[in-house]
Design a protein around this ligand. Sequence first.
Ligand code: BDR
Ligand code: CA
Length: 322
Amino acid sequence: MSILKIILDTDPGGDDIFAFFWLQSLLRRGFAELVAVTTAAGNVSARKTFSSASQILSLGKLAQVEIGRGVAVPNPPEDAAHIHGNDGMGNLSALLPTPVHDFETARDSDEILIDRLNSMPGEITIVAIAPLTNLASAELKHPGILQKAKEIIIMGGAFHCPGNITSHAEFNLWFNPLAAEIVLNSRDDLVITSLDITQDLVFTRKMALQIYDANSESQIAQFLLKLCEFMIGTALQYRETQGIEGFLVHDAATLGYLFYPETMLWQRSSVQIETQGKWTRGQTLIDDRHSPKPPANAWIATQVNAAQFFTSLIEDLKVLVR
Ligand code: BDR
Ligand code: CA
């Protein structure tokens, strides 16, 4: 198997953190290489997501990986601290190692994307699990740069189900719809894991305990259990899981596609986004007519086998903490 070179574009976030540690397990076993982490404003501010990424990398002994600082979002809407905690980490950041990366001197995330994609054309897979501000900014500064990625996997959108931030929109694409539009227009082979499948990915405390029981001494296992408990609290409060005691690990779906593609089904689609609507900002649309329609720009996930997905996620996280 050839080694995937990955840039993780993230705004940690409870579900980002589960995805991040899943990726770390795969990195440790040589299935992928982490080229850089580009942080973005979204769940919480750019400064906080940068600092969280540094702590997560340090916990996994990956402090040498470069982190980019999130590109500013004009007129940013309200963040999602009410779901993820004021620090985006379930208010647990004080329990983790002190950040080692310096926000003041770090390169901007769009600069890192441009630099790395130019130096390794066709080799880098971008895993985008945040609002698409950094990717869009890179594309605006250097038109065509996103074409130089091997593949771009996006967690975002809601096609056949309600949104999670408004009735029509999913958080990542709602947060910066103009950025999302730029990315949707950048190539014709985007891979999108939307709420259509992530609404089925309810991670429970029992699952977190399986990881914790694999090695209760592990700082990562202890942190993931506490984070899961925090995220379950807010998920129940905001009724994200139809009353099931768990929380949705949306962002992990991107890694499910990359490393366990047999767990998902796909539909070739033409995806567009509403950027202006008074009530529909960030709504994602596909054209399901049989008649001629706009050319497709993406593959969207339509179904996930949640049992298989979670078996892979849990077993890989157990390997990480052992
Ligand atoms: C997405 O929004 C964020 O709050 C999560 O981290 C995820 O990326 C889900 O809609
Ligand atoms: Ca996220």
